[in-house]
Design a protein around this ligand. Structure first.
Ligand SMILES: [Zn+2]
Length: 266
């Protein structure tokens, strides 16, 4: 899915970046599309007592123009509005979240079905065998009369049967617990939490962003006198799911990844 940042500009919230202590949310998250170095805050301007920061290629800033030709500065305010806006858009994309939830749940069901087959079927097979032995013993008793040896054997088989049936009951309850499915509302909730974190706590938000979005590639673009960035990033929705609320064995090893690209002008 592609997001046009420019379309969102008008609707984007203006934010005052006056506090010098405020961490930079996107520091180290964006990469220069020319040389691949990280984009860091490379300068700032003071306007009416408020400091505005801007990002640029860190390699160019520290090593010079011969290392990287990208000289475009990008306002922190615009970059944050665009990237948070792109994530916010996902919350309001029911078909995108729906697709993710459907695939995620399909994986859980598939895993659950496989697990049930191997564990429960194995036990069912063992129970059937013990039942057959108990039947044979009963027939032997009917034919030959009651002997201590036969009675002992019958007791042993019956106690094996009880143990197997108890285990079979446990397997069933384990499987029932693991049927917990993901809902679209839950995913929307996780996304809203992530957005709140990005806006309220930039230091932790930056860590979350790196985990969920990975690197956002900033491609410098020049169109006539216009110089701007086109941002592209992949958002891994799977990373917002706290896996400990699901049976880890159910999902482990599965790559249930849905990615979205956000590209647009910054
Ligand atoms: Zn560069």
């Amino acid at each position: 899915m592609r997001h046009r940042f420019s379309e969102r500009k008008a609707a984007g919230r203006a934010r005052v970046h006056g506090e010098s202590k405020r961490p930079h949310l996107l520091s180290g998250v964006m990469r220069c599309g020319t040389c691949g170095s990280t984009m860091n805050v490379v300068g700032s301007k003071n306007k009416a007592g408020v400091r505005y920061y801007h990002y640029g290629c860190s390699a160019r800033a520290t090593k010079g123009a011969e290392i990287c030709s990208n000289s475009i500065a990008c306002s922190e305010r615009k970059a944050e509005a665009a990237i948070i806006g792109a994530l916010r858009d996902i919350v309001y994309q029911p078909e995108f979240i729906g697709r993710f939830v459907a695939r995620f749940n399909a994986r859980i069901s598939k895993k659950k079905a496989t697990t049930k087959k191997t564990e429960a079927e194995l036990l069912d097979g063992q129970i059937a065998e013990v039942e057959a032995r108990v039947r044979n013993l009963a027939q032997a008793v009917a034919k030959s009369g009651w002997f201590e040896a036969l009675a002992e054997q019958l007791k042993t088989e019956e106690s094996t049967m009880r143990a197997l049936k108890a285990r079979r009951g446990q397997v069933q309850s384990v499987e029932q617990r693991a049927t917990k499915m993901l809902s679209e509302e839950t995913v929307q909730g996780y996304l809203s939490d992530l957005l709140t974190l990005l806006e309220k706590d930039p230091a932790r938000g930056r860590v979350a962003l790196k985990r969920h979005v990975g690197a956002i590639v900033m491609k410098p673009t020049v169109e006539g006198t216009n110089r701007f960035y086109t941002a592209t990033g992949a958002f891994d929705l799977r990373a917002i799911i706290p896996l400990k609320t699901f049976d880890p064995a159910t999902i482990a090893g599965d790559r249930v990844s849905v990615e979205t690209c956000c590209g647009g002008r910054i």
